[in-house]
Design a protein around this ligand. Structure first.
Ligand code: 0PR
Length: 384
């Protein structure tokens, strides 16, 4: 209930502090299953300073709009495209919805269908429901990448596009995007790559010598990519990214807002009023960290993930689902439910809803946290 008389600011803050005691914090090192992290300190400064900027009315904040455009283009460059089109959006969900929406609008078929891997994120279920696009699921191979032959077998006259994943939600697996791209070209279909997680990992991992297949605009069949700065990009929530190869995809989803300060303004996002500060933070982090800065973060987390996978294998009763591709390590056990409960009881922020426990080695996850986790896991596994 809203109090009739306002409370003192100190009292409100104290109450919040008390009420939020149940939240886990990233710096506690207990959050091991999240794709988010504590934002970079520079991002905090930017959010404090420019919290009022609204990209929904770019006529008022013309400078912010230009910076968003530059941020989009820097992301496009990171994904091997000289000039890209798109927006900094609210996250991977909105980015995926926008890609499906563009594909659907351009295809113009009566009963649109989208072919996607069984490993795809649940955001596509929302896209399907909102857009009236039927999802056609393609099987996975033994290594959890999508079966490209099954994708091909499922193409029909109603297919509006294909989805490949570069860094799956559960296992961090990268699909055979080159093969999907060839397929897309052969059938004249657009390919969307969901690199919500992998977009800020794979370019750097490849530069470090890790063998990860091509996944970006270098491949001609790839028409759009989701890449989320609020995951491994260390930007504050919300900051997702949708990048299109060509302007026509944006034009296919543009809506006219005729009365705003900028005159006739086109909006291709789902949200109207939207945070400029987050887009500015994306721009600033790309400038400040640069390719080398992100590469160092990825180097550390890729190495830590491999060390962690090796240690997990030493624990009796625990098995890896597969060798890590990126900085995600997932493991199983015969007694998964009991294991999950016992780990949660010790304060670990993990979940086992997919039939395994997923550890995401994010920037806030340090070796000492994983050592403590392994000690707990070893003790619990022994008793089960
Ligand atoms: N695509 C992929 C491949 C994803 O993994 C995710 C989110 C999305 C799209 C959707 O992104 P948004 O959540 O930004 O809309 N993957 C994480 C997951 O489902 C999201 C997440 C993040 C979950 C932090 C928990 C958490 O603590 O695991």
């Amino acid at each position: 209930m809203i109090p009739a008389e306002g409370m003192d600011e100190k009292e409100v803050l104290a109450e919040l502090e008390e009420r939020l005691k149940d939240d886990l914090s990233f710096d506690s090192g207990k959050i091991l299953g999240s794709m988010c992290t504590y934002p970079h300190p520079l991002a905090l400064k930017i959010v404090m300073r420019y919290i009022d900027r609204n990209l929904g009315d770019p006529g008022l904040h013309a400078g912010s709009r230009k910076i968003e455009e530059e941020a989009v283009n820097m992301l496009a460059n990171l994904l091997s495209l000289e000039r890209g089109y798109g927006n900094i959006v609210s996250g991977g969900t909105e980015a995926n919805i926008l890609a499906v929406r563009a594909f659907r609008n351009l295809a113009g078929v009566e009963n649109p269908e989208l072919i996607l891997p069984e490993s795809a994120h649940f955001s596509f279920l929302k896209a399907s429901d909102l857009l009236g696009v039927k999802l056609v699921w393609a099987e996975l191979n033994d290594d959890y990448t999508v079966n490209v032959r099954d994708v091909e077998a499922k193409i029909t006259d109603n297919t509006i596009g294909i989805v490949g994943i570069a860094g799956t939600t559960g296992l961090g697996v990268v699909d055979d995007i080159p093969a999907l791209s060839d397929l897309a070209i052969d059938y004249g279909l657009p390919l969307h790559v969901d690199a919500a997680f992998g977009g800020f990992v794979i370019p750097f991992a490849r530069a470090l010598g890790y063998e990860v297949p091509d996944f970006d605009f270098r491949l001609r069949g790839v028409k759009s990519i989701t890449i989320d700065p609020h995951k491994m990009g260390m930007a504050p929530i919300p900051a997702g990214g949708i990048i299109f190869r060509e302007k026509r995809f944006v034009e296919a989803i543009n809506v006219l807002a005729p009365y705003l300060a900028g005159g006739q303004v086109w909006q291709a996002t789902i949200t109207g009023t939207r945070p400029g500060a987050n887009a500015l933070a994306v721009w600033a982090l790309l400038k400040h960290l640069g390719f080398e800065g992100y590469k160092e973060i990825v180097r550390e987390k890729m190495e830590l993930a491999r060390w962690f996978a090796g240690e997990l294998k030493k624990i009796p009763g625990i098995y890896l689902i597969r060798e890590p591709v990126l900085n995600i390590v997932s493991f199983g056990s015969e007694k998964l439910e009991e294991l999950e409960e016992a780990l949660k009881a010790r304060g670990w922020g993990i979940s086992a809803h997919r039939g395994y426990i997923r550890i995401v080695v994010m920037p806030h996850v340090k070796r000492e946290h994983l050592e403590e986790f392994l000690r707990d896991l070893g003790e619990i596994a022994k008793r089960l």
